[in-house]
Every structure is written in structure tokens, then in C-alpha cells.
Design a protein around this ligand. Structure first.
Ligand code: IMP
Ligand code: MG
Length: 188
């Protein structure tokens, strides 16, 4: 998504009344998220070969993307000669206060931390790098990171996930489980 992307007028979509005055525009329509996620699922299955995948969801912001990505992977598993055994796990990570990334990253939950992580957005990359160093302590055979969004920002540490849905401008994005102080997750 280009830096000068105009986006779509809010009036073109169904936006909850209680959020109307707080939002600027729709940058990525829900249908586009779904179409891109379908392709990510195909790429992942092709790359993973016969490896067993532990799909690890990074809560809370990653839950929508995680669920939709796994649904597409499930469809591929149901309908192709090549299929991968899949189990799920969930981890909670907190690094944000208001609209600013903070230096401390707190990680909670998760019991079987191995093969694959699904995330909402990478800004500086600090959250993901902290999580990856924690995961490496469990000696997984391989770790692949899928992030729906990666922000183009001068604050980036240079970290890049293995799979990226969209590269986005340096703006604050909400919806599809991404929040501002817990609000706006309930947008498509
Ligand atoms: P990083 O550690 O700077 O990469 O920050 C990543 C985390 O910050 C994400 O998992 C989100 O929780 C939060 N975050 C960063 N940018 C945004 C945004 O534009 N909207 C909502 N949350 C964001
Ligand atoms: Mg958040």
C-alpha cells in the first residue's frame, strides 16, 4: 500500500456508528485482506512440505488474521494431495500504550511453542524479535513468522517476517482485531 494511498471513503462501507467520527478512511477493505490471506495460505503450505505445524497466534491483535489464515490452510488441507498436520496455540503479547510502541514487551501464555507464528502488524519489529528469542529457548525445528501488515517506518529495526500480507504507510491502523486502547477491534 503506497504512502500516498488515498484509501476509500468511509461512506462507501458499513462502519459502526460509534466509530464513524474517529476514523479517517478505509485503507484495506475486508475483501482484499481475505484474498491476500488466501494466497499466503497457499505459499505457506507449499513451503512447509510435510512438516507438522504448530500455529501460534499472537493475541490479541492477531486473532482475526490467524483464524482466517487457518481457515484457508484448512481448505487446502482438505482438498489437495499434499497436506500438513496442524495444531494451534495462543500467546498474548503487550507492547503498546496509546498509539506508541513501548520498550517493554510482556509475553503471557502458550504451552507448546514451536513451528509457526501468526501476527497482526510489525512496526519497529521489537515485539517480534523479543518473541523470537523466547521461542528459540524451546529449540523448535523451525520458526516462520506471518504478519498481515508491516509498517514502513524509520523506527523499524530492520526486522522482516517470513510472510507479509501488506506493507503499509507509517500511520496508525485499526480494525480486523487491531486496536487503539482496546477499541476498534470490532471493525472488518
Ligand atoms: P513493534 O514491536 O514496534 O513492531 O510493534 C508491534 C505491535 O504494536 C503490534 O503487535 C501492535 O500491537 C502494535 N501496533 C503497531 N502499530 C500499530 C497500528 O498501526 N495499529 C494498532 N496497533 C499497532
Ligand atoms: Mg494493541
Amino acid at each position: 500500500i503506497a504512502d500516498d494511498e488515498k484509501g476509500h471513503d468511509l461512506d462507501l462501507f458499513c462502519v459502526p456508528r460509534h466509530y464513524e467520527s474517529d476514523l479517517d478512511k478505509v485503507i484495506i477493505p475486508h475483501g482484499l485482506i481475505m484474498d491476500r490471506t488466501e494466497r499466503l495460505a497457499r505459499d505457506i503450505i507449499q513451503d512447509m512440505g510435510g512438516h507438522h505445524i504448530v500455529a501460534l497466534c499472537v493475541l490479541k491483535g492477531g486473532y482475526k488474521f490467524f483464524a482466517d489464515l487457518l481457515d484457508y490452510i484448512k481448505v487446502l488441507n482438505h482438498n489437495s494431495d499434499k497436506s500438513v498436520p496442524l495444531t494451534v496455540d495462543f500467546i498474548r503479547v503487550k507492547s503498546y500504550c496509546n498509539d506508541k510502541s513501548t520498550n517493554s514487551v510482556r509475553v503471557m501464555g502458550g504451552d507448546e511453542l514451536s513451528n509457526l507464528a501468526g501476527k497482526d502488524i510489525v512496526e519497529t519489529g521489537r515485539t517480534m524479535q523479543t518473541l523470537l528469542s523466547l521461542l528459540s529457548e524451546c529449540n523448535p525445528k523451525m520458526v516462520k513468522v506471518v504478519s498481515l501488515l508491516v509498517k514502513r517506518t524509520p523506527r523499524s529495526s530492520g526486522y522482516r517476517p517470513d510472510y507479509i500480507g501488506f506493507e503499509v504507510p507509517d500511520a496508525f491502523l485499526v480494525g480486523y482485531a487491531l486496536d487503539y486502547n482496546e477499541y476498534f477491534r470490532d471493525l472488518s
